[in-house]
Design a protein around this ligand. Structure first.
Ligand code: FDA
Ligand code: 7N5
Ligand code: MN
Length: 495
């Protein structure tokens, strides 16, 4: 008996040592700092994608060395443009052979420095893969290649009576939206990329091509094996390159109406949101803007709203349904001391209102010309939202900085868009401090440090706090299994 116990404890110890040595080996095999690219490499790359699809020009490298975030530019050694999955697979195989970093690039609208080449290497631009492979109207799904953007898809779908509602403010690639698990103003009714991605074609670091739900599968639900689709949704290019996405479509609403209303306090606006959701009203959009954001919107987008905490609302349905929904919401708003609705019924007026909301980032930067956006993006259980927004506003005021607050409050998700001059280190330090405290507060209130923009470069430490050491260890094992040489987008998420 005793000897059995000794054997068991030795084998447990051996297993532990094995894991540690694997991790150490992985780290040593990991892509070194800025690896030396072999002289023959560019020619080998050109063999795969064609000479015209490889560039080492500074302008092209610069364009691909950053996204829309405040992170500083990090140039890739070269940029390759892929035109099909086979080329992506060959490029991955070549980079993996040499241990050269490979960074997938969609539309470059990310907000967490996800495409910046922090260890050099090859930026693989997928924007030339623009096939809309299939639209299955009767099944409400379609399959698109990596370079198709959300607006391109919706223009293509216009006459089908269908649309794809997930709407980040930028015209992002749909596969990039899968990679960052993107969301937007319509998520409160239609969900995020997690709920709307049915299948992905993925290329792994060693060139393997596989379909996460099985070749051609496009069911709304499945319980067949591990959820490999959602393993890659939100992986930010660190596990593989998404070359096709099969996503859910929805009928275009028969009738749509928007409205805005304002409140005395942030608390009243957010309380109204919670009550609307608790009444099970299928509202399509419910966006919060604090008085600073409303002021920025008025100035930048020529709106003339009362400068006060406000909600932007949108209702989808048929005529009778809209009447019921709007009546109920108006009652809840008034019960919380909110104003009457300012309606936006006419499509032009409605589109102008939502364009203003989508362009709020630029409106906030225009508050201080010459600044870049330092944006945050936390999400908490909706009942904790008033607390975190109110406390965030206090911290912004205490720090004496400008911090417009905007958010998808229907999801418990909101942002602060700090305008920061790149050379204003004092303000940047204050902004980083308040943002960090806000993220810690969100974690304390059962929330997450990122609702939709991802981890990228800047939130890796927060991710470790959020999912804990064991969670990071599981992620590390997955990463080692899928990308043993660590070439996929190094320096992001947790590597
Ligand atoms: C004005 C404005 C407004 C918004 C936003 C941006 C801007 C500029 N965003 C953020 C951004 O639009 C969102 O993160 C997109 O998903 C990024 O898609 P891109 O194609 O631009 O990916 P981009 O090219 O920026 O890459 C983002 C990350 O995904 C990886 N990646 C890209 N394509 C890939 C592929 N095919 N396979 C594997 N990895 C890939 C990259 O390596 C990188 O790590 C946003 N977001 C949001 O969720 N909600 C919002 O409301 C908004 N609003
Ligand atoms: C910094 C831009 C954030 C964009 C965004 O997520 C939104 O407008 O909802
Ligand atoms: Mn957002």
């Amino acid at each position: 008996m005793h000897s059995q116990r000794i054997i068991r404890s030795y084998s447990a110890l051996f297993r532990k040592l094995q894991i540690i040595s694997n991790i150490q080996r992985h780290k040593t095999q990991q892509v070194a700092e800025k690896i030396q690219i072999p002289s023959s490499f560019a020619a080998d790359l050109a063999q795969i994608v064609g000479k015209h699809n490889v560039s080492t020009a500074n302008a092209v490298r610069e364009q691909h060395g950053h996204d829309e975030s405040y992170h500083s530019i990090e140039l890739p050694d070269m940029v390759a443009f892929a035109e099909c999955t086979e080329q992506v697979s060959e490029v991955a195989r070549l980079c993996n052979h040499h241990g050269i970093p490979l960074i997938p690039f969609g539309s470059g609208t990310g907000l967490e420095g996800g495409v910046n080449a922090v260890k050099g290497g090859v930026c693989l631009d997928l924007s030339k893969m623009t096939k809309i492979v299939s639209v299955n109207a009767g099944d409400f799904d379609c399959t698109v290649e990596a370079g198709v953007t959300r607006k391109t898809l919706n223009s293509y779908l216009r006459d089908t009576g269908l649309w794809f509602p997930i709407d980040p403010g930028a015209d992002a690639s749909l596969c990039g939206m899968c990679a960052t698990s993107a969301s937007g103003t319509n998520a409160v009714r239609y969900g995020t990329m997690r709920e709307n991605t049915m299948n992905l074609e993925v290329v792994l670091a060693d060139g393997t091509v596989f379909d996460t739900a099985g070749k051609g599968k496009r069911t709304k639900k499945t319980s067949a094996g591990y959820n490999l689709t959602n393993l890659f949704v939100g992986s930010e290019g660190t596990l593989g390159i998404i070359t096709k996405a099969t996503i859910r479509l929805y009928p275009q609403p028969e009738a749509t109406i928007s409205a805005t209303c304002h409140f005395e306090t942030v608390q009243a606006a957010v309380d109204s949101t919670v009550q609307v959701l608790q009444c099970g009203i299928p509202i399509a959009r419910i966006e919060f803007l604090d008085e600073v954001s409303v002021d920025a919107c008025n100035k930048f987008s020529k709106l003339n709203m009362k400068v006060a905490p406000s909600l932007f609302l949108e209702f989808h349905g048929n005529a009778s349904g809209l009447e019921d929904q709007t009546k109920l919401v108006a009652e809840i708003v008034q019960a919380n001391g909110g104003s009457n609705f300012v309606w936006a019924k006419d499509p032009e007026v409605r589109n102008h209102l939502w364009k203003a909301r989508h362009e709020i980032l630029y409106a906030c930067m225009a508050l201080k010309p010459g600044t870049k956006p330092y944006s945050t993006d936390v999400c908490v259980p909706i009942s904790n939202l008033p607390k975190v927004i109110t406390r965030t506003k206090e911290m912004i005021q205490e720090a004496g900085i400008i911090g417009p607050i905007v958010g998808h409050v229907g999801d418990g998700n909101f942002h602060v868009f700090y305008p920061v001059h790149p050379d204003d280190q004092e303000t940047l330090a204050k902004v980083k401090d308040v943002s960090h405290k806000m993220a810690l507060l969100a974690l304390e209130l059962d929330g997450t440090c990122t609702g939709e923009h991802g981890i990228g470069q800047g939130k890796r430490e927060l991710l470790e706090r959020e999912i804990g050491e064991s969670g990071i260890k599981v992620m590390r094992h997955l990463k080692m299994a899928l990308d043993p040489r660590g070439i996929m987008n190094p320096g992001k998420v947790f590597f």
